[in-house]
Write a protein that binds this ligand. Structure first.
Ligand code: CP
Length: 359
């Protein structure tokens, strides 16, 4: 194999693909966050870098997305790269019967990054095996594999927390909602454990409990009804993250109805209402007001009934999901820049920033 191609394939610090948050060290997280901070200055308001000029990204989403897909596309554009049109089952050759695997290997011939979301656990990791031994340059980024993981979401969640508290050590995480199917919760749990003295307390809705594989000594689980008292008893000086998630009703619907995707939208909505009504919960303003002063509420979004618009759009400094969503852009710029091997060029940008601030 061409030695240059091999170097390109090894990727950032030996990681060719980005599949699980657990594959990365604390030091690598910190590099991503510092990079995101630098690149944040260069995003939006007509700014564009040329670091990824000539690089191409292909979004391959077999499940819907608003934030992950758009922020990856926006990140690529802000870095001076290009994006191919997003994959669609109906306009690609999948309509003619081509398999998902053949679709991935096809796209890998034309793009440097394949950002893939898929409904099945470990599917994205399995797609990477198709590239083994092939002379192509594509790196695969897991944008969510079913109920398993969503590593880039956890990176932006941790980055947001770091921006708020200036540390990721000694934090208490209260995970509230669907801890069984919520992949963002799973990646956040794995990521938070890379830092010191992390305490994680789960408050699952109904029987939607954290999978056994993620339960370690730092984890305890209580009934959702105990959340108000637990908050009241927290040390007033503690730094606390409440991480709320929506009910992943579509995963339950697909278990109940094999052909759920083919159902009429009015029937789908009826099924959604029935499932969600069984698991309803809310984070109220009163609950948030009773938290220690150094508390923030995060949510990966989209939100369901668990946070109402009044709280979501309020100027309450503890409510940060909109800011969190914005950091998704700079964190994804950092991921693309680092995985494209532009660490040195990004540090040069940092030196440029220091020059500007010292003048
Ligand atoms: N948080 C998240 O993954 O949002 P999308 O499903 O809109 O990408």
């Amino acid at each position: 194999m061409n030695i240059l191609l091999k170097m390109v394939q090894i990727g950032w610090r030996g990681h060719r693909h980005l599949l699980s948050i657990d594959d990365f060290s604390r030091e690598e997280f910190e590099t991503i966050f510092a990079t995101a901070d630098i690149l944040h200055t260069y995003s939006g308001e007509g700014k564009q870098l040329d670091l990824l000029k000539g690089f191409i990204l292909k979004p391959v989403f077999f499940e819907p997305s608003s934030r992950t897909q758009n922020s990856f596309e926006a990140a690529m554009l802000a870095m001076g790269g290009s994006t191919l049109s997003p994959h669609s089952n109906s306009t690609s050759s999948m309509e003619k019967g081509e398999t998902q695997a053949d679709t991935i290997i096809t796209n890998a011939q034309y793009a440097d990054f394949l950002v893939i979301r898929h409904p099945q656990k470990n599917s994205v990791r399995n797609f990477t095996k198709l590239l083994d031994g092939q002379t192509n340059r594509a790196k695969i980024i897991n944008a969510g594999d079913g109920p398993n993981e969503h590593p880039t979401q956890a990176l932006m969640d941790l980055h947001t927390i770091f921006k708020k508290f200036n540390t990721l050590d000694n934090l208490t995480f209260l995970l509230v909602g669907d801890l069984k199917y919520g992949r963002t919760v799973h990646s956040l749990t794995l990521g938070a454990r890379k830092f010191n003295n992390t305490k994680i307390v789960g408050f699952p809705v109904g029987n939607l409990k954290l999978p056994n594989a993620l339960r370690k000594n730092d984890y305890s689980e209580l009934d959702l009804g105990q959340l108000p008292k637990f908050i009241k008893d927290l040390n007033p000086n503690s730094k606390t993250v409440i991480y709320a998630t929506r009910i992943q009703w579509e995963r339950m619907a697909k278990k109940i109805h094999k052909d759920f995707d083919k159902l009429d939208s009015s029937i789908k909505n009826q099924i959604k209402r029935e499932i969600v009504s069984q698991f309803n919960y809310k984070i109220s303003k009163e609950l948030l007001d009773s938290t220690p002063s150094q508390t923030i509420l995060l949510h990966p979004l989209p939100k369901g009934e668990e946070i109402n618009d009044e709280l979501f759009y309020s100027n309450n400094p503890k409510v940060v999901p909109i800011e969190q969503m914005r950091y998704g852009l700079s964190v994804r710029m950092a991921i693309l820049g680092l995985f494209a091997g532009k660490e040195k060029e990004i540090s040069t940008l940092y030196n440029g920033l220091s020059d500007i601030s010292s003048n």
